[in-house]
Write a protein of this length. Sequence first.
Length: 320
Amino acid sequence: MNRGKTTTTYAFCALLMGLGILLISSCGSGSSSRKANEVMNLRMGIMPSVDHLPFAWAQKQGIYDSLGLKLEIERFYSPMERDVALQVGQLDASISDYTSVMIQHAKGLPLRLGMQCQGAFAFITAADTPCERVEDLRGKEIALSSNTVIEYATDRLLALSGVSPEEVTKVEVQKIPLRLEMLLSGQVDAAILPEPFAQIALEAGLKTIPGVLAAGSPESQITGVAIAEKALQDKQEAIALLLKGYQIAVERIQMLSPTEWKQFVAQELGAQDLSLSREGYSREITPNAATLQEVAAWLKAKQLIPESYQPTQLLYQAKN
């Protein structure tokens, strides 16, 4: 009689344990399934340039969808508006330039440089300005915007050719389209223009100084992805997927036919005949340390950041 009760008790306990294990297993399975199917969101700001093309390609081809990331790309036409949007949390990340990111970071704004981008620039000269070398710019008028990456690139290229910034006349022109217009009308002699504006200038009969700002050169790799600190804390996995999608896109872009690439660029930038090389895009996304030091030294010389500032403080290393 006691043995029967004991057997019944054991059977009841075993049943409860089995149901408990089943319930735990079911809950764990459901949680894992939800996590596996979860879609992360990220908002990134861009300007009209070629830096963002691999991101746009990854978005349009469903690469980010396959990684579980919903990427929203928001276009800006003012760098100030783009920077403010990042600062107030409207964006998680934005494609910016090294000078802008460093100045903001040195002021204590919570952001980091997540990767380098591959920009494309050209030193354009007016049609009637006889400049075949950077040295020929002595005594010429160069349009630029002060304390920006364009002025940095101008000073850098002048210095590499032994030309002092004091040997040229800098003309303040904030807006890139206006710089192009002034070059076309001969009001200035030269200016560094980003793509697609550089290609538009060449098609209009302007010239470029050959061998300067080649795709993939340290002087052209002066833009990157600025990431808000809050996004690094709350969306670390999404940031990792953002960078991974970029690298996948770079690989696939290299395999496109020239026609397919040209059609994509035309659709994305609105420039029908832009002959943009894909060679400058690389899977290597770590910012060049020497370039960062050069930019920081230039900013310190202009007293735009403190002497004690170290650009390595700006870097963000993604965790694997």
